[in-house]
Design a protein around this ligand. Structure first.
Ligand code: ATP
Length: 507
């Protein structure tokens, strides 16, 4: 699986989806650029999210707030004081780690050991094997589980008390298996603030330290009053936003999974105090079914409820997706109470309240948030779509292809028009078809190499349709259309192309 992931990363570069930022200067760590096809896929994901959240919900509107905001906002939100990660260095390897991630890795190791025992037993007992019973009774599994649960309990307690010495002790006690396996030579754990800062204004006029936003949410909260009033919004209602966020992540890992500059798609949904759990559950359902609608299979998703809640939340869950490197968070759903709006009310001195005509009283609304990483969505979609296939040919030989089975609505290029030959007027005919369709779909034109090679190139970037123009096309205005997934080809009238393609790729 890890191997497939490496191939996917290479594929993203080779075909123009994602490049390392500043590559000719040897790159900038944990920062990436979306290339010519990547930007199309990313835009399609944004549209898919925006349409389902804003267009389809009468009571949700969108905004696009600035990245720079008044510095006091980050005092009020708690980010200046509490947006920290516990950090630890290994003195031998001179490597730096997030203490909590190291401990999570350790727990994953225990799980791995248990899974191995299960696999062994499965092989031995075959069809009669009852996995649940085995996990509940096998002594080696139980011993591992006991150790894992003990580490987990210690970990949660240490995080809860913010006990940095204990975090270090857990790491030392367990000789974490990582590139520094066996080494006990660790520094103390210290807190590290993840916000980037810069100065606004020249020094002459007196500069002001400001932050690059670490989440888009605060841009919504500070616009709550403006939107509610000008949009005449009635509770319950939501404000959605897509935009960049910046976090000085200590350990950047797994390609675009954890970046220092990334993009979020967030909804803040304002509700009556006391109604928040109802809405929390409702949004959990809505968001999970949005993920499942991509068609990757429901077994790829799970909820992970938080043991430890952030300072602003009274309930929190993650939607996790099974990446090639395991189940990981793609979206967080949080019941944020009235924390943010109350804090802004206090720090700004402005009354942030809603008059509820049904209850005939004013209150600070409660908030349910859904926050999804656009880049993690991109990675999820690419890792699911990437497939290496063996194809049996008519002569009995086996051919291979790499195909991106992207959901058709999200594919960066919808069709490629190809003249069979570069002569006899075929390119002109192909260009006429292209010119008719390019206003509706993102199209490519390709006349180089054999048709087989051209098909492979389009498969590798996930193009749903290839349209081939041949001599017969000049006579009867028909072309061959080839479908990416089935590789089936059919002869159709040129005038029908729009309807055929539209029916498959519309969102
Ligand atoms: P993690 O635990 O992975 O650091 P988080 O719980 O801090 O994530 P949130 O603050 O809830 O994340 O942010 C919401 C979403 O934003 C996450 O579910 C994730 O998809 C995305 N996200 C957060 N940090 C990053 C990052 N450094 N790079 C890419 N996406 C990110």
């Amino acid at each position: 699986q890890e191997d497939v992931f490496k191939k996917l990363v290479a594929h993203c570069k080779e075909y123009g989806f994602v490049f390392q930022s500043s590559e000719i200067y040897d790159g900038l760590s944990a920062v990436y650029d979306y290339a010519q096809l990547g930007v199309e896929l990313k835009n399609n994901i944004k549209k898919y999210w925006w349409d389902s959240m804003v267009k389809l919900h009468e009571n949700v509107v969108g905004i696009d707030s600035a990245i720079f905001m008044h510095p006091t906002i980050w005092k009020a939100s708690g980010h200046v004081d509490a947006f920290n990660d516990p950090l630890i260095d290994n003195k031998d390897s001179k490597k730096r780690y997030r203490a909590d991630v190291l401990i999570e890795d350790l727990m994953a190791k225990f799980e791995g050991k248990m899974d191995k025992e299960v696999e062994k037993a499965k092989k031995k007992f075959g069809d009669n094997f009852d996995e649940d019973q085995f996990r509940a009774t096998n002594t080696r599994v139980l011993a591992n589980k006991e150790k894992m649960d003990a580490v987990h309990a210690r970990f949660v307690a240490a995080l809860d008390k913010n006990d940095l010495a204990e975090l270090k002790q857990i790491i030392v006690d367990n000789e974490i298996a990582c590139p520094v396996s066996g080494s006990k030579n660790w520094t103390d754990v210290r807190q590290f603030n993840l916000m980037f800062s810069t100065d606004m204004g020249s020094t002459a006029e007196g500069s002001n330290k400001i932050y690059l936003r670490p989440e888009t949410a605060q841009g919504i909260f500070v616009n709550y009053l403006n939107v509610q009033k000008t949009g005449r919004m009635k509770i319950p209602f939501g404000i959605a936003q897509i935009g960049k966020a910046f976090r000085n992540e200590i350990v950047a890992r797994q390609f675009i999974f954890r970046m220092r500059e990334f993009e979020q798609m967030e909804l803040q949904f304002f509700v009556r105090p006391g109604d928040e759990m109802k809405w929390f559950d409702a949004w959990k359902k809505t968001r999970m079914s949005w993920h499942k609608s991509l068609g990757f299979g429901k077994e790829k998703y799970r909820f992970h409820d938080h043991d430890k809640l952030a300072h602003y939340a009274n309930a929190a869950t993650d939607i996790e997706f099974k990446f090639p490197f395991g189940f990981k968070e793609v979206e967080g759903i949080h019941s944020r109470t009235d924390f943010d709006l109350s804090q802004h009310q206090e720090f700004s001195g402005k009354k942030i309240q809603y008059f509820d005509p049904e209850l005939n009283k004013s209150y600070v609304p409660y908030v349910v948030e859904t926050s999804i990483g656009l880049d993690r969505m991109f990675l999820q979609i690419m890792s699911e779509a990437y497939q290496e296939e063996k194809i049996e040919k008519e002569d009995g030989k086996v051919d291979e292809r790499i195909v991106l089975r992207l959901p058709l609505a999200l594919a960066p290029v919808k069709l490629c028009v190809m003249p069979l030959l570069k002569k006899d007027g075929l390119p002109d005919k192909a260009r006429t078809i292209l010119n008719n369709l390019k206003f509706d779909f993102n199209c490519q034109y390709d006349e180089k190499d054999s048709i087989g090679k051209r098909y492979r190139r389009q498969d590798a970037i996930g193009t749903p349709f290839c349209v081939t123009v041949d001599h017969q096309s000049l006579e009867d205005n028909t072309v061959t259309i080839r479908h990416r997934d089935s590789m089936a080809q059919e002869r159709v009238e040129i005038s029908k192309l729009y309807d055929i393609i539209e029916a498959e790729v519309s969102m």
